[in-house]
Design a protein around this ligand. Sequence first.
Ligand SMILES: [Zn+2]
Length: 101
Amino acid sequence: MELLIEAVKSSPEAREHVTEILLEEKARKEYARLSGVTSLEGMKRWREVQPDVQERFLSNVFCGNCGVVRIKDYTVQLMPYGIVLEGVCSTCSRKVARVVE
Ligand SMILES: [Zn+2]
């Protein structure tokens, strides 16, 4: 590790390379955090939504096959524009998602 630090200090290219690796690592972690796994912050915000309002979102999801359906087996994601519920259509099991505004 110390050798690496020395190399980075003495060479701008090495520094850039290390920065790139760190950024890639960060992007990968960010992606892993956002895909398929319920995010804690998203869940926290979702829990703050009134139950009757939650119900309205859960039962008002658009499925490309069936139209407006109920979502099931969903995870809660936190996106820059709000909470997103990702799950499947309760009728045909196709993937559906719903943004909670
Ligand atoms: Zn469907």
